[in-house]
Design a protein around this ligand. Structure first.
Ligand SMILES: *Cc1c(COP(=O)(O)O)cnc(C)c1O
Length: 423
């Protein structure tokens, strides 16, 4: 039996209707920006395996750090114990995060990082005996698949089976060009009408919505409105963190600091699942009390796993090298040139770039749904050509590992141009 046949026998894949979708491709190895399947067909990983892998597959530097940690201390519980790798990660993050972030809490993935932030926002007011239970979020937001994260997410595709079972979330429009005032007014309105505890947002780029982008000035204004009204702000940097937008964090573009930040994808260079939620001292202090009930009773078995911490440290070291920073600039320049080349194509609605993120919207005769027919046609075309891209409806985006070569990038661009002609 091939790996594909055995897979069909046993495995249940994420976001997959097994009756109608094709059998998953069995990948046997990866190196740099490339992947090979069990038949040795080569693929360019143009989305860094769901945005987690900036430094390439099977990265030796991170692998060595992991091996060294595994043979020193692979894991120890974080309740009542601590260890150097966790402390080093905290120290490192303090150097690079917005200055107001003072405390870090470990968990396992993007959804849990968000779950922690939302629970902290709600308990913050509970601890202060203030009744605030509403969370504000953007339309078409994506914050993960656990319950509070799902509640905050606005893409109905992911959440429709669970409507009516969520914490209370009120949605406001994203301040994309021309929508800024509508967004500001909606936020003011929501805060006036409801007892709002927190506002969660994907800063500058909404990943799962199809790399929808908006300006830092708009976010600054939204954060200001929240601050004036004592509403906690949560920057979900799970997708944007660690260089994707051209700066270390998307919030580095914004002249207003959030109360909490969620990090996960790319934290460990795509090696070990790990996440972090960071907080201001002020948020932490609302839980600091003689009363044990005011503590944050949240934790995961693998909290602050030392091996994950070692991977995160190596990963941040790599990000900070001149070579990697140059790579980010190089990819951005390539994207901008490609954008210029195709944005006036008759079949292109619009194209946009921020950092290493590029997206193009393709004209479609029918209303394109998330997993609609154009999406399937595009996806299959890319796979056949050996390029891993996962379009969102009629939006094709690239989020390459930073180490992708110019030749590989050109192949990705060329394949997208062919796809635009084909559909
Ligand atoms: C992917 C993502 C999440 C969820 O992360 P998981 O690790 O898949 O649970 C949350 N927020 C944003 C912005 C994301 O892109």
């Amino acid at each position: 039996m091939t790996l594909q046949e055995k897979d069909s026998q046993y495995l249940w894949h994420p976001y997959t209707q097994h009756k109608t979708s094709q059998t998953p491709i069995a990948i046997s190895r990866g190196e740099g920006a490339l992947l090979w399947d069990e038949n040795n067909k080569e693929y360019i990983d143009a989305i860094a395996s769901w945005w987690v892998n900036p430094f390439g597959h099977s990265n030796k530097f991170i692998a060595d750090a992991i091996y060294k940690q595994l043979t020193t201390l692979e894991h120890v519980l974080f309740g009542g114990f601590t260890h150097e790798p966790a402390i080093k990660v905290a120290e490192k993050l303090m150097e690079i995060l917005p200055k107001n972030q003072q405390k870090i809490f470990f968990s396992d993935n993007g959804s849990t990082a968000v779950e922690v932030a939302i629970k902290v926002a709600l308990q913050y007011f509970f601890n202060k005996n203030e009744k605030r239970t509403i969370i504000i979020a953007f339309e078409n937001a994506f914050h993960g698949d656990t319950f509070a994260a799902m509640a905050a997410s606005g893409i109905s595709f992911y959440t429709q089976a669970f409507q009516g079972m969520f914490i209370d979330v009120v949605r406001i429009p994203v301040p994309v060009k021309g929508q800024e005032e509508a967004s500001f007014n909606a936020l003011k309105n929501v805060i006036q009408k409801h007892n709002c505890a927190g506002f969660i947002f994907e800063p500058l780029v909404q990943g799962a919505a199809g790399m929808v982008m908006y300006e830092p000035e708009a976010l600054e204004k939204l954060i200001e409105i929240c601050k004036e009204n004592n509403v906690l702000t949560i920057a979900d940097e799970v997708m944007t963190g660690f260089g994707k937008t051209g700066k270390t964090f998307a919030m580095d573009y914004v002249n207003a600091d959030p109360d909490m930040i969620c990090l996960s994808k790319a934290l460990t260079g795509g090696t070990i699942p790990m996440a972090i939620t960071t907080f201001t001292q002020e948020v932490f202090d609302a839980f600091y009390d003689d009363d044990i009930n005011k503590a944050l009773f949240h934790g995961h078995t693998f909290t602050a796993n030392p091996t994950g911490c070692a991977a995160a440290l190596a990963s941040i070291d790599l990000l900070q090298t001149e070579e990697m920073q140059d790579n980010i600039i190089r990819i951005n320049k390539n994207h901008l040139a490609f954008q210029k080349k195709i944005e006036n194509h008759p079949k292109v609605i619009t194209a946009r770039t921020l950092g290493v993120i590029f997206a193009v919207e393709i004209k479609s005769d029918s209303e394109e749904s998330y997993y609609g027919s154009m999406r399937t046609k595009l996806y299959n075309f890319f796979i056949e050509k050996g390029v891993v891209l996962r379009p969102v409806g009629n939006i094709v985006y690239i989020l390459p590992p930073y180490i992708m070569t110019n030749e590989q990038l050109q192949k990705v661009y060329k394949t997208i141009e062919e796809a635009i002609e084909m559909v």
